[in-house]
Design a protein around this ligand. Sequence first.
Ligand SMILES: Nc1ncnc2c1ncn2[C@@H]1O[C@H](COP(=O)(O)OP(=O)(O)OP(=O)(O)O)[C@@H](O)[C@H]1O
Ligand SMILES: [Mg+2]
Length: 248
Amino acid sequence: MNKILEIKNLSKDYHTINGEISAIEDISLDIYKNEIIGIVGSSGCGKSTLLSILSGIEKQSSGEIISNNNNFSYMLQSDALMPWLNIIDNACLGLDIKHLKTPENIAYVEKLLSNFGLSAFLKAYPNNLSGGMRQRVALVRTLATKPDIILLDEPLSALDYVTRLTISDDIYKLIKKSNVTTILISHDIAECISMCDRIVVLTKRPGKIKNIYNINLKNKKTPSENRKDKLFVHYYDLVWGDLDKDIT
Ligand SMILES: Nc1ncnc2c1ncn2[C@@H]1O[C@H](COP(=O)(O)OP(=O)(O)OP(=O)(O)O)[C@@H](O)[C@H]1O
Ligand SMILES: [Mg+2]
């Protein structure tokens, strides 16, 4: 398998007025090209911190990230569309910032939006779209710059259950079609198992790697189909068993 990213002994301490908080500790992980890797762990265990470091928003306290000049795109946990921009402009925001808003790239974004059934909404504004539609636009914005790696922090957590299931299928298909390596954070174990090739379970804070599971379902299909696989419950039990439940 083709390694795209190497995370070596990564730790992060935040210095706050109340003292030092160790958010993650000694995380080492290889990421392979085109995989979808899920990260689960209890609230506050450092999942967003890890993505912020990978994206360059935060600097690690120690450790190393070895990447071959990969182009990252980060969909933040609290991802919001700009209310004053229409859908196509929101989706092209990353291109705009990087001065890459060429006719070809705009056409690519329109194609992605069309894949999500959003062609009729290019000139609409975010407040006229449902939550599910807005999340699709946010994902298109994340993919617009054709990144090598996307970092998705709880991309579906704000959505109702039925919309989550539908969108996880749509997102999965788009990720696979775009051949983009994906690091996905989710609180939802079932969602992670249904979408990911591997799952990393973190301990409670400071987050360390507790276990890594290869998700070998018999016939990998769409996330909603994967949930029906006989092994699904087996992986669910393994990950659930690993999670720290004593929330402090
Ligand atoms: N900028 C910051 N300054 C100080 N402390 C921070 C900062 N960002 C995060 N923390 C602390 O670091 C720890 C890890 O936070 P982080 O947001 O990475 O956790 P998380 O696993 O993403 O949590 P959640 O599941 O609730 O999103 C928490 O205790 C949090 O309060
Ligand atoms: Mg978080």
